[in-house]
Design a protein around this ligand. Sequence first.
Ligand code: NDP
Length: 342
Amino acid sequence: MPSDPQVVITGASGLIAKNTIAEFLRRGHTVRGTLRSLQKADDVRRAVSRLGADPESLSFIVADLTSDDGWDEAVAGAGVVVHSASPFPITQPDDPEDVIAPARDGTLRVLRAATKAAVARVVLTSSTVAIFYPSGRPIGHVYSEEDFTDETRPDLTPYFKSKTIAEKTAWDFIESTPGAPELVAINPSFVQGPAVDADLSTSHELYRIMAKGTYPAAPSISFPVTDVRDVAAAHVEAAFQPGIVGNRYLVGEGMLSLYELGQIMARELPDLSSKVPKFELPDFAVRAMAVFDRKLRTVLPELGEKKAYSNAKVKAELGLSLRGADEAVTAAVRSLRDLRLI
Ligand code: NDP
């Protein structure tokens, strides 16, 4: 890899991407971001400025995961490609292919173009949802990078399937394609930390929904949490560190329930304390309600088990010390108030 490679990042308008772009720029790199529409370019420039980076070395190019157009130009001359774009809907679609096809085929489009352009390394933004749902793990299993979700499980949401299939597709491509780039996967958990602008990620949208008092009670589900600033740092480390090729990195610190997220929001913004969930729903009630409420279907695989996991690998090999879950959620809700979004 050249000493100062051109960096390309897909889905530059995403929360993780904006923070990762800012981290690359702060470290002196030149970054080209892909967008579905250049209309978002100025917003991304403003966001990275707010994150303390100079957007002078940031450019944009249009490419959509659902089309072949633009990908060769997007990655031309790049040393590193961070592939972060993927559909991340808050409501699951009727047809799973609506999210699976862009995730899977988009990943292939990026990898094919990167191979043609002799890109040295691709860093793929995967997810803990591609780790936490294998088949046949006993209760109490400690999840890690060794685990891969079984995409054939009938209880998985289309989004969970899309992330799993996209990551498996990427590893298969690298394995079977001569001259393919090196691959490293980053598998973040539920991403918190500060929002930068009003173009919210699905993970921040949750607080807007809670702040409206939409959910007086919460399903009894817990998930690992991470801060977007740590996720960004993980991507940048993964782009350049030698000796980590072929690895996946689970990024998460601590575990919080939906009810606890609401309690942190109420603690930080007491005027919203009457809006957050007041108690946890029994699992059977959630299963029954999910028949009618499509948003609830997302949580069904989470019911009944508080998962344990290890984040030892990302700390040891990428040298990261991760912010705690409470700090990440506190930063999220305070930023949304600062932006007057809740
Ligand atoms: P955002 O919703 O903020 O970003 C999603 C990005 O993907 C946007 O830039 C969006 O573009 C882009 N995108 C969606 N569909 C397409 C498409 N067809 N073609 C091109 N670009 C597309 O979410 P995050 O930043 O949180 O997510 C970024 C990545 O991180 C995703 O891969 C997501 O799965 C993953 N992830 C997120 C977690 C979280 O909790 N937030 C946890 C683990 C993984 P546009 O602005 O045009 O919609």
